[in-house]
Write a protein that binds this ligand. Structure first.
Ligand code: SAM
Length: 664
């Protein structure tokens, strides 16, 4: 639910919750500039920085942000980047935001751009790119202290802008200030409108050296300062450390599927030079090579890292794909998840109630509405995902990679560490290129190139079946355990559906998975007939062919996204992790400098690759992490080793025996 606003004099927004105004009715823009921009020493603060990270507690109407963006654009170098990390617990609706910002005609262009990307109030990280990607508004929606506790950033300048401390004490606690200090770069600047004694004392205790200065207009005083005594608190999980940003120089992205293309987009936005190296003749082949890819979220009703990652990855991917100026969607948005039985219908009802997502994203539909929306008869209705749809991977991947050099027909078979980074070798041992950093985004070929990580990866072969579309058949994609895409024109101009997919563990040589098998068509058709008999009867049962792909799978169904650890050194450094020693007694995790992975995307790469790529790009570029600490840990490439070290198999067996003895 969006925040409730009361309009003072019909134009000044006031929070119904806190009974305080968002900005001063007497020249709010001048006051913001004076208190905040001048307070952190802008524009000098960003003048020579290629990347400036600003932080704000209390995004509110975005007035401070828009003023900063405007000033930054007028004074920063053309190649520079601004990353604005703002925490907000109670976001305004888009309508209220527009109404509030209408008070500042000089910011009309910036306000319109902000309104165009303003997200729905889902909790968590929202990456909103503006100014052609030079400016990123990183909106972190959630209660201030918890939201900051999950964050990782090095902020150069802070705006502390909660409502007045007397009305809004949660924004001004020692715990919040400790987070401000933890998330600060050395010498970070800070500005706030209040000079309340408690705020001054607690900020000083957090390590800031503060100065009072005259307030704006009739106000007496305000504060500014800088971090003089950075906190020394230890990293509570040194085994999951992010690593230092990669050295300057080009990043080689190995793999030309959705992972590689998403990385190209994320690194380009971060201002890092990269090259996509693909083994095939075009982008989007192998695991990403189906002609129509179902894009539908994987949602869970709980708040576990798995569900939170999937929900935010979905929103991020939608925003990214919808921002591309290319026909990346196949015709017709909206996907029906048919309820196959009463138990599934009950699960769907629970999910909708638990998430409380807006109806445009997700709603329950009965049988009649399901058929009206999708053209697919279903006995029990299902869930309707209004913004889901089918993607055209061969249009999407090139659109994501546009602007990044691509080297095709280039197979990389080995990596060698050099003084300046990594040397890529071809299968004959010849040098392909040297790069400052490398990201392994190789789909099912990942274990072949980097076996030393010993990730518990599997390969799964998936076959889809092409069926001729009929006027009586579904108009939109339907999932039912399997899935049927909306009709689309194949390369020969025939209107077809793709029916998918098989999911078979593949242990054979990688070359053998391609030939399409008649027996697999029979299996996908049988699944359709069983789940949706009426819809199946309306479609011709004779396949027009099909396609097979190979997925890279992993037991916990989450991507590997982050730095690659030096496994032997890592296992030695954390060998006694199961003893539960204090985290600060361990060394930082040994990582392969400049080596990263984005893999194990399973069958959900189109939903998860863009956000997982942002996690990797944030590691490489040293920008604020776009997911919470527990989500980053759930994606971290060392997670299986950490689990194993914390619970060695002998210990698990002993615990099991002990539990049995207790029961007897
Ligand atoms: N900087 C804003 C601007 O430029 O419009 C004005 C911010 S307004 C004075 C304070 C903001 O802090 C409100 O948007 C409010 O929702 C937010 N806030 C208050 N308490 C919070 C909390 N506990 N956690 C997160 N945000 C909170």
């Amino acid at each position: 639910m969006a925040e409730q606003i009361v309009w003072r004099d019909g134009r000044t927004p006031q929070s119904a919750r806190f009974g305080d105004i968002y900005f001063s009715p007497d020249d709010g823009a001048a006051e913001s500039r004076y208190v905040f921009l001048d307070g952190i020493g802008a524009p000098d603060l960003w003048r020579d920085r290629p990347l400036t990270v600003l932080g704000e507690t209390g995004f509110g109407t975005g007035l401070n942000f828009l003023l900063t963006w405007q000033a930054w654009r007028q004074t920063a170098a053309r190649s520079a980047r601004l990353h604005y990390l703002a925490v907000e617990g109670f976001p305004l609706s888009r309508d209220d935001l527009g109404r509030a910002l209408a008070a500042f005609p000089a910011l009309a262009a910036e306000a319109a751009a902000l309104l165009a990307v303003w997200p729905l109030p889902h909790p968590g990280h929202h990456l909103l790119d503006l100014d052609g990607g030079r400016v990123r508004l990183h909106l972190l929606i959630g209660p201030v202290e918890a939201a900051m506790r999950g964050a990782s950033a090095r902020v150069d300048g802070w705006y502390l802008d909660g409502f007045a401390p007397s009305r809004n004490p949660d924004m001004w606690t020692p715990a919040v200030f400790a987070e401000v200090a933890r998330l600060s770069a050395p010498g970070a600047r800070l500005a706030t409108f209040t000079a309340a004694g408690q705020v001054r004392r607690d900020l000083t205790a957090a390590g800031f050296a503060l100065e009072k200065r005259p307030g704006f207009g009739i106000k007496r005083e305000c504060l500014h300062g800088r971090l003089e005594h950075p906190p020394s608190a230890a990293d509570p999980t040194p085994w999951f450390r992010r690593g230092a940003p990669a050295a300057d120089g080009p990043v080689a992205i190995l793999g030309g599927g959705i992972a590689g293309a998403s990385l190209a987009a994320a690194l380009r936005r971060a201002g890092r030079a990269a090259v996509v190296v693909g083994a095939g003749p075009v982008l989007a082949r192998d695991g990403s090579g189906n002609p129509s890819a179902l894009m539908k979220p994987r949602l869970t009703p709980d708040g576990h890292p798995y569900g939170r990652f999937h929900a935010l990855a979905w929103l991020h991917a939608l925003r990214l794909y919808d921002s591309l100026d290319a026909p990346v969607w196949r015709d017709g948005r909206g996907v029906l998840a048919a309820a196959r039985d009463e138990a599934e219908r009950t699960e769907q009802e629970k999910l909708v109630a638990a998430l409380g997502w807006p109806e445009d994203d997700l709603r329950l539909v009965d049988a009649a509405e399901a058929e009206r929306l999708s053209g697919c008869p279903t006995p029990r209705g299902g869930l309707w995902f209004g913004r889901a749809g089918c993607l055209h991977p061969q249009a999407l991947c090139p659109a994501l990679a546009e602007g990044t050099p691509v080297r095709l027909h280039t197979r990389v078979a080995g990596l060698e560490r050099t003084a300046g980074g990594w040397l890529l070798r071809d299968p004959d041992g010849g040098a392909v290129m040297e790069a400052a950093a490398v990201v392994l985004a190789l789909g099912a070929a990942l274990p072949d190139l980097w076996p030393q990580a010993d990730w518990p990866l599997g390969r799964s072969r998936g076959q889809i079946t092409f069926l001729p579309a009929s006027a009586a058949g579904p108009r939109r994609a339907v999932s039912f355990g399997g899935y049927l895409t909306a009709p689309f024109a194949d390369e020969d101009g025939r209107l077809i559906h793709a029916l998918g997919a098989t999911y078979d563990r593949w242990r054979h040589r990688p070359e053998d998975w391609r030939p399409v098998r008649a027996a697999d068509h029979d299996r996908t058709l049988a699944l359709l007939r069983e789940a949706l008999p009426e819809a199946a009867a309306r479609l011709a049962a004779e396949p027009l062919g099909g396609r097979a792909g190979l997925r890279c799978t992993i037991p916990d169904h989450l991507p590997l996204a982050g730095p690659v650890h030096d496994r032997p050194a890592f296992l030695a450094a954390f060998a006694d992790l199961h003893h539960g020693r204090r985290a600060d007694l361990y060394p930082p995790a040994p990582l392969h400098e400049g080596l990263y992975v984005l893999g194990a995307l399973g069958s959900r790469g189109f939903q998860t690759a863009p956000l997982a790529a942002e996690v990797v790009a944030a590691n490489i570029a040293g920008t604020p992490r776009p997911v919470d600490a527990d989500v980053a840990a759930a994606l971290h490439p060392a997670r299986f080793d950490v689990r194993h070290l914390k619970h060695p198999p002998q210990r698990q067996a002993r615990d099991r025996k002990g539990a049995q003895a207790d029961r007897q």
